[in-house]
Design a protein around this ligand. Structure first.
Ligand code: MN
Length: 133
């Protein structure tokens, strides 16, 4: 999980760990890239708003590196406007989860992305997005 807000880190980590997930938290682009040299996550939850390099730029970087390009990235975004969602998809995100997270559904949303079956992807046009692979 890439998240710079301590309260958001704490909540998401608690919900995921309660369900048995192992969570590594990074709070910046630099710490994320460093962490990815040591860990190979099944999924990256990416806060879009980070100090310095933002989550979209970091996602593009992750997708450009052969070692990490195949790891699915899911945007965590407070923005609910369609334009921001499209931006996340164009940057290489598999989809997005809106913040603040809903603790009743967050784990199921994460599991759906891990399974490659996020419900939201059925309703939007993603034909013009970036390379999602
Ligand atoms: Mn943030």
């Amino acid at each position: 999980m890439v998240e710079d807000n301590p309260a958001n880190q704490l909540l998401a980590r608690a919900v995921l760990e309660r369900d048995g997930f192992t969570v590594e938290v990074a709070d910046s682009a630099a710490s994320t890239l460093l962490s990815l040299t040591e860990h190979r996550p099944d999924l990256i939850l990416m806060d879009i708003q980070l100090p310095g390099e933002d989550g979209l730029a970091l996602t593009r970087e992750i997708k450009s590196l052969p070692a990490t390009a195949e790891i699915p990235v899911v945007a965590l975004s407070a923005h609910v406007m369609a334009g921001h969602q499209e931006e996340a998809l164009a940057a290489g995100c598999a989809g997005y989860i809106t913040k603040p997270i809903d603790t009743r559904t967050f784990v199921d949303q994460v599991k759906a992305f891990l399974a490659g079956t996020p419900a939201q992807l059925g309703s939007a046009n993603h034909s013009s997005g970036g390379n999602l692979s």
